[in-house]
Ligand binder design. Structure first.
Ligand SMILES: *Cc1c(COP(=O)(O)O)cnc(C)c1O
Length: 448
């Protein structure tokens, strides 16, 4: 085990161990009940039922131990049941579980805000508001931007994902499964092209930004736009890293036109890319940043942090919610931030990124169906294509992912066309498990 590895509360053996067919008998039994009791639309990716997880593994109810390359969709960056989080939550849950911060405030919330105001980039006064889910943070960032600018239009991008509530469905690009049949959607949301170097035919970052700006000016006029919202590295859309200069050029234009630049760091944030936020690599500070997923070690918490004058613009009582910034989730967030800092996890994300990039690049050199290896830090993906046409190959992707699941690796696909395999291991995974996980993916590719 490496020095920086933090093992889960139960001291789980850090190994891949398959002792039954997948799914095993106990999982099958429980999933049959799920079928009867849980809405069918709430699907599941793996046909197993969780029993325990920590470090780099998840153990199911049949005793199978899976290598975790998904972190519950980029949430458990500090590892599942991280010991610091377990201690902090246990201590808080014994003192009080809820007051409603907007009824009686407590220090944990204020401390999370203080920390985020310092971690989020930008050499200007900042404020923070806390919520429960990523979608709720996005909704509130839009409320804040509209109130502060007195404008209504919000611009999102191709391949974006911002959530599943009504406004965030409108902001999300992909129809199936997120939007199909769920309309009508919120008005005053517009979509333009972003930057997708693998499929942009050599367009530079600034050129792609000028294309987007021309679309916005043509469709709306800058003076109607309250905000643009963009993921600095797109998550569900396929781990698309925009060409250099794309985001900075857009930001220059939003700044000179009184438009709020919202960076949605819900997936790319919190040490995932080897720095606190993906936008730290871009050389400018967004006006507002939305955060969730990796913020609290698995407890539901989200945040909007940004320029004080924007955050303070709306009327008192205009922002809030019964559970927003719940004290247990705040205790978990403080312990989570401490773990990223004290357990060397930013450095660990860079090391994981180096291993993934080197090994996947070697695979790509031998297998032309890997069209591109991309990403940053512990947020890396491969796009699988037909080598002749570069058409997306979703079937191949599904076969490789299924092979991984049957052989003890939790692996997730993404991409507007379902043809991207993403690697999102907990930053507490050790090198040995990470390499074994990549071996299984390589075997899956060779056999598919
Ligand atoms: C997951 C995600 C969201 C939505 O978060 P929820 O907590 O599922 O509501 C929004 N934006 C991005 C970039 C995400 O990855």
């Amino acid at each position: 085990m490496t020095a920086s590895t933090v093992v889960g509360g139960l001291d789980l053996a850090q190994e891949r161990r398959i002792v039954t067919a997948i799914p095993g008998p106990r999982s099958s039994e429980i999933l049959a009940v799920k079928e009867q009791e849980v809405a069918r639309s709430v699907g599941h990716t793996l046909p197993i039922v969780a029993e325990a997880a920590g470090g780099g593994v998840l153990v199911d109810v049949d005793g199978n131990s899976f290598i975790d390359l998904g972190s519950g969709i980029a949430v458990t960056g500090v590892g599942n049941a991280n010991p610091r989080v377990v201690r902090a939550v246990t201590e808080q849950v014994q003192r009080f579980t809820h007051t409603a911060f907007t009824v009686v405030p407590y220090e944990g919330y204020i401390e999370v805000a203080r920390k985020l105001n310092r971690l989020v980039p930008g050499d200007f006064p900042k404020r923070t508001a806390l919520f429960n889910s990523g979608a709720e943070a996005v909704e509130n960032a839009v409320k804040i931007a509209r109130h502060a600018t007195g404008r209504q239009a919000v611009v999102a991008f191709e391949h974006s994902f911002h959530g599943r509530t009504n406004l965030t469905m409108a902001l999300t690009a992909k129809s199936s499964p997120y939007k199909q049949g769920f309309g009508p959607f919120a008005p005053e949301v517009y979509r333009v092209q972003g930057s997708y170097p693998y499929r942009d035919g050599g367009l530079s970052g600034p050129e792609a930004a000028r294309r987007a700006i021309a679309q916005i000016e043509n469709q709306l006029g800058a003076q109607s736009v309250a905000a643009i919202i963009i993921e600095p590295i797109q998550g569900e859309g396929g781990f698309i890293v925009p060409a250099e200069g794309f985001l900075a050029t857009l930001h220059e234009w939003t700044s000179s036109n009184g438009i709020v630049f919202i960076a949605d760091e819900i997936q790319s944030g919190f040490a995932r890319t080897g720095s606190w936020f993906a936008v730290d690599h871009e050389g400018f500070a967004p006006d507002l940043v939305t955060m969730a997923k990796g913020i609290a070690g698995g407890l539901p918490l989200s945040a909007v942090t940004g320029r004080a004058e924007l955050m303070d613009a709306s009327q008192v009582g205009g922002l809030g919610g019964t559970y927003g910034g719940n004290p247990i989730a705040c205790a978990a967030a403080l312990a989570t931030l401490e773990s990223y800092e004290q357990d060397g996890l930013l450095e660990r994300a860079r090391r994981i990124g180096a291993i993934l990039t080197e090994r996947l690049t070697a695979l790509a050199q031998a297998d032309p169906r890997i069209g591109e290896v991309r990403g940053r830090g512990a947020m890396i993906a491969v796009e699988l294509v037909d080598p002749a046409s570069t058409a997306p190959d979703a079937d191949l992707t599904a076969r490789v992912v299924r092979f991984a699941h049957e052989n003890g690796v939790i692996l997730l696909a993404c991409g507007s066309h379902g043809n991207v395999i993403r690697f999102l291991p907990p930053l507490t995974i050790d090198d040995h498990l990470l390499n074994e996980g990549i071996d299984i993916v390589a075997q899956g590719l060779a056999r598919s």
